[in-house]
Ligand binder design. Structure first.
Ligand code: NDP
Length: 289
């Protein structure tokens, strides 16, 4: 056994992780289902394995970055015996339950498991804005910090392997709903011939300024203090969202993005909380548990 690191999966992200590891002067072995994708890294000095089993044989640490949970099992199940005694760092995006299932699978096969969630796009890997969340085996996190920190700022959330994914998907919820809200706004101004590019130039700084409100919302939620002073009431937000929806439909723009938010607000008002702060929507969301 050597001190090299093996990478299973050389898509956009796996390639970026492997390249950054190579750039750090480490010994790297790579495998990908479609061998064409190993060519560039091979030319840069990576050892190219033609099977996953050979890549695993080369290293104590196996970095997995595949498409999804299912493809992780497709690749790892046939080589479970080869993985025994090694450490798998799985950076494939999974749900928390899928991460826990993989941790249990690893445990059953004598594999040390660390789950990772990448909060970056491939171009950011190795740069100052790249962050990666980890959960699972703490010893593995501690032992391989030097490797992990090459890719971005590392944070370990706990022994429950699902925690990194939970945090990741919670963060992505904010991102995807923001993107949808932006596209909705772009469709609105587009009815007046204003380009999405011009709109983005004004929307981005506005959203950045509005993000300052998050800490205040969080304080209300954590204290469950929805009746406290100084909050924008649910009734106020209801009126605002009604106007937004009317304006949208008047312009021929679908109100699909706004409707579920408005529904959350109205459910809290119907429950008798119209004068409470808008952060009370949180109760409607968590009550679905
Ligand atoms: P790509 O689509 O570029 O690559 C997918 C990889 O999975 C390829 O190596 C592909 O192999 C492999 N793969 C897919 N299905 C199978 C299978 N059944 N058997 C074997 N190999 C398979 O995706 P990315 O590299 O961008 O993403 C990889 C992971 O990283 C994902 O879970 C993604 O969510 C996560 N991630 C990606 C980010 C991004 O911005 N790209 C950001 C944060 C996380 P082949 O080349 O043979 O098709």
């Amino acid at each position: 056994m050597t001190t090299s690191t093996s990478f299973l999966g050389l898509g956009a992200m796996g390639s970026a992780l492997a390249a950054t590891t190579l750039d750090a002067g480490r010994r790297v072995t790579v495998w990908n289902r479609n061998s064409d994708r190993t060519r560039d890294l091979g030319a840069r000095g990576a050892i190219v394995a033609d099977t996953a089993a050979k890549a695993i044989a080369d290293s104590e640490v196996i970095v997995v970055c595949l498409f999804d949970h299912r493809s992780v099992h497709t690749v790892l199940d046939p080589v479970a015996t080869d993985l025994s005694g090694r450490t798998v760092i799985n950076l494939t995006t999974t749900t928390p339950e899928e991460a826990r299932e993989l941790a249990a699978w690893a445990d059953a096969h004598g594999v040390t498991y660390l789950d990772g969630a990448i909060m970056a796009v491939p171009e950011m890997i190795g740069g100052p804005a790249s962050a990666i969340f980890y959960s699972g085996t703490e010893d593995a996190y501690a032992a391989h910090r030097d490797l992990l920190d090459r890719w971005g700022t590392s944070t370990w959330f706990g022994a429950d392997a699902g925690l990194a994914s939970l945090y990741d998907l919670a963060m992505l919820t904010g991102m995807y709903t923001m993107f949808a809200g932006f596209l909705h706004g772009a469709a609105m101004v587009g009815t007046a011939g204003i380009s999405a590019t011009e709109f983005a130039a004004r929307q981005a700084p506005f959203l950045a300024a509005m993000s300052e409100q998050l800490a205040g919302l969080a304080a209300v939620v954590d204290a469950e203090d929805y009746a406290g002073e100084g909050q924008q009431s649910l009734q106020f937000t209801d009126t605002a969202l009604s106007a937004l929806r009317r304006a949208s439909t008047d312009q021929g723009v679908a109100d699909d993005v706004l409707a579920p938010v408005h529904d959350l607000v109205r459910r809290q008002i119907a429950a008798g909380f119209g004068t409470h702060g808008t952060a009370r929507m949180f109760e409607g969301l968590r009550s679905a548990r």
